[in-house]
Design a protein around this ligand. Structure first.
Ligand code: FE2
Length: 331
């Protein structure tokens, strides 16, 4: 691929996988030289439909060696794709985040020792982004990789090894229950307050939003809100013959733990029947086996198709600045 002023070539990276003879992730490297931001912008504009196709096909693209250093550079990179923005304020995400620009925010404010388990972004809500961009402003001293897992490959493995479990996932769907605090709790990976989540100043306003979304709920004595989603699918058909394990099962079962939430109560099948913790351990084990860790370097950008690939966050030491930007579903 070549722009008028820049050269971009596919490259290899440690730990890169191959599925159906396609690398995962696809790595596109900008060849060194005096590359200007304008040239990058122009290259993306010329290549964006091809890049979009590739992100779906390969699941994720890692862009390396592009001249990007700041949140504004990242914003411009993302904006060049011309995707519709998915603003954090309007999302029902339970992570606490801080906006840097209109479409760029910190990936998750959870402390370094907290592992964020593999998940599809906001698959536990009826409204989720189609694609995600991550940008490494500053890699951690140690650790802090973003694990990625091809969810279509995981689905095929699970179908072979646990056909009954997968049949239950497909036919019953899932219910997610989450206790949200009255105030943002930055010590938790899921500490976003109910006011912020539902953009509601009062309990009544929150209830109206919950009702509109088909949630059930209960107010707790300490001002927290326990809410349960409507039945949401556990499997997504992304194209004919290609399904993904599109849910937050692993994260909810293994990671939705804080002072308010007990992971064993966070998730059930759509008919209210419990999940078997042994099979959940197996699911998490197989997903981990299929995981690629992005070895972040400053300036890296990853474009992840949220319908095809799960992501998470490894623990780390030192300061880690990874920013994110979300893309709305296609109109
Ligand atoms: Fe996430």
């Amino acid at each position: 691929m070549s722009g008028r002023l820049i050269e971009v070539a596919s490259a290899a990276v440690d730990g890169q996988q191959s599925h159906d003879e396609k690398p995962f992730p696809l790595v596109l490297e900008c060849c060194p030289g005096n590359v200007e931001q304008n040239s990058v912008h122009q290259w993306i504009r010329e290549s964006r439909s091809d890049l979009d196709l590739k992100s779906r096909e390969y699941g994720a693209i890692l862009f390396r060696g592009f001249p990007l250093a700041t949140d504004r550079d990242f914003d411009r990179f993302v904006t060049s794709f011309d995707y519709p923005n998915f603003p954090y304020q309007e999302s029902l995400s339970n992570a606490v985040r801080v906006n840097r620009t209109e479409r760029v925010f910190t990936a998750n404010e959870a402390p370094p020792h907290v592992t964020i388990c593999l998940h599809h972004e906001m698959a536990q809500t009826p409204i989720y982004p189609s694609r995600l961009f991550f940008f490494c402003e500053q890699p951690a001293e140690r650790g802090g990789a973003t694990p990625l897992c091809r969810s279509d490959i995981l689905f095929e493995r699970l179908k072979l090894e646990f056909p009954e479990f997968i049949a239950d996932c497909e036919t019953k769907g899932l219910l997610y229950t989450n206790v949200m605090p009255a105030e943002n709790d930055p010590t938790s990976g899921m500490g976003r307050s109910w006011q912020s989540t539902f953009r509601a100043k009062t309990c009544q306003a929150a209830e109206e939003r919950l009702q509109g979304l088909g949630y059930s709920w209960e107010w707790l004595p300490n001002g927290c809100l326990r809410s349960t989603t409507p039945v949401l699918p556990a499997v997504l058909a992304v194209e004919p013959g290609r399904k993904t394990f599109f849910n937050q099962l692993i994260a909810a079962f293994h990671g939705w733990k804080d002072s308010r939430n007990d992971p064993t109560k966070a998730i059930t099948f759509g008919d209210g029947s419990p999940l078997n913790s042994q099979s959940m351990d197996e699911v998490a084990r197989i997903a981990e086996e299929l995981t690629f860790d992005i070895p972040w370097q400053a300036g890296d950008v990853a474009l992840v198709d949220n319908r095809v690939v799960m992501h998470g966050r490894r623990t780390f030491n030192g300061t880690r600045k990874v920013l994110a930007s979300l893309v709305a579903m296609d109109a």
